[in-house]
Design a protein around this ligand. Structure first.
Ligand SMILES: [Zn+2]
Length: 404
């Protein structure tokens, strides 16, 4: 069985070992070492990365058959090896993991909530708790307690005990193994069975910061950062706040009030814009109607618009019909390199706008259709929009005068 050097020498970065066994694990060669610093993914903590004889270690995992397997990018020659772990990654994991112990106990003491599970992600870590509905103030109290223990720089120790010694320790959770139970203690604060790697003093955690929290599966999920991750997050947030401040020409303390002020102004401007638009459409509808053609007392409005959104044309056409009965509308528009058509008529008039639309769309090499009262379509031939509307108008004239 491989000796787990990382349990008692969590600050070592390099080690020497011999290969006990070479195994095949999928496409890549695997080795079992006499001793190792490589932590295999376990208990919410991800694996270490690094090299063995300068060959990248692709994966480290523990299985019942072999113990700890190091999966290598290529085969290693000989029996003696020199291993090196990625220290930056390991120290980050130690900060997050020790911070988790601290936070779990702080939630127990200040929030009466037990940790159900822990996951350390590449960017952020999560704790799932058996209690939910935390207030901002309750979360702040937990954070304050955890950080207080960090500033006291308490020792973090581990010891191996037997199962019958367990009742001597106020453990936060029960161990998952029956013997050789490793208890990790944050001095006089937290006792937890754990096989992970931790800082030796709480001061090394630097800071514990809860980024957000939400109710989750009847309890809650806490997203948190420790150490350098928290610093990086603080740097990013400071930059964002500075950018927003520059944008609004406001200092940090005025940001909220400024944004609120702009939001209220925007709401009022939108209202004003909507009212003006309604009034403008009324004038435009009036102007269009004054340019109408008439066949047998039926009003026909034919118009091509430049750079006008089809949605807006629909509203304009509806506005015309609201004000003027017995009217037929044939609208065309060019926008974003496309030709579009929109036809609408007053209720009760006897002609099928859907049929008119099909014929007109053929002229602009497009497609369209609709109901007898309303139809729309479009096509790529913007230069034939005039001809398409002319085609629709002539068809319509034929229908209205009984020649079609
Ligand atoms: Zn741990």
């Amino acid at each position: 069985m491989t000796k787990k050097l990382y349990l008692d020498h969590q600050y070592l970065r390099e080690f020497s070992s011999t290969i006990l066994q070479k195994v095949e694990a999928g496409k890549n060669p695997g080795i079992i070492l006499e001793q190792t610093l490589f932590y295999p993914a376990s208990g919410g903590q991800p694996r270490d990365t690094g090299t063995v004889n300068d060959i990248p270690v692709l994966d480290v995992f523990e299985d019942e058959k072999h113990g700890i397997v190091h999966l290598l990018a290529e085969p290693v020659a000989g029996e003696a090896v020199e291993g090196r772990i990625n220290w930056q990654r390991r120290f980050d994991h130690m900060q997050q993991h020790t911070g988790q112990h601290l936070l779990s106990q702080a939630f127990m003491m200040a929030g009466n909530a037990a940790t159900v599970s822990f996951h350390m992600g590449d960017e952020s870590s999560t704790l799932d708790l058996n209690q939910g509905n935390f207030s901002i103030e309750a979360i702040a109290a937990v954070e304050d307690l955890a950080n207080q223990i960090i500033y006291e720089n308490r020792p973090v120790m581990s010891r191996i005990i037997r199962k019958n010694e367990l009742d001597q320790y106020p453990v936060r959770k029960l161990p998952s193994v029956d013997d050789n139970i490793r208890i990790v203690e944050i001095k006089d604060f937290d006792y937890s069975p754990c096989g992970g790697t931790h800082c030796s003093k709480t001061g090394e955690i630097g800071i514990v910061k809860i980024r957000r929290f939400e109710n989750y599966k009847g309890g809650s999920r806490i997203h948190f950062l420790c150490g350098l991750r928290a610093l990086k997050d603080y740097q990013e947030k400071s930059n964002i706040i500075k950018q927003i401040g520059d944008c609004l020409s406001a200092g940090e303390t005025d940001l909220y009030n400024n944004i609120k002020k702009y939001r209220d102004e925007l709401k009022s401007l939108r209202r004003e814009h909507s009212n003006l638009n309604k009034r403008y459409l009324n004038y435009e509808a009036q102007a269009l109607f004054s340019e109408r053609k008439e066949i047998d007392n039926i009003n026909i409005i034919v118009k091509i618009f430049e750079d006008r959104h089809p949605k807006e044309l629909k509203i304009l056409a509806q506005k015309v019909l609201q004000n003027f009965p017995d009217t037929l509308i044939l609208f065309g528009a060019k926008a974003e390199g496309k030709a579009s058509l929109f036809f609408l008529r007053s209720e009760g008039l006897a002609c099928d706008m859907g049929k008119l639309m099909q014929d007109a769309c053929a002229v602009i090499n497009g497609r369209g259709g609709g109901r007898p009262q309303q139809a729309q379509g479009g096509g790529p031939a913007t230069d034939k929009l005039d001809a398409a509307l002319q085609c629709a108008y002539l068809n319509l004239a034929g229908i209205l005068t009984g020649n079609k």
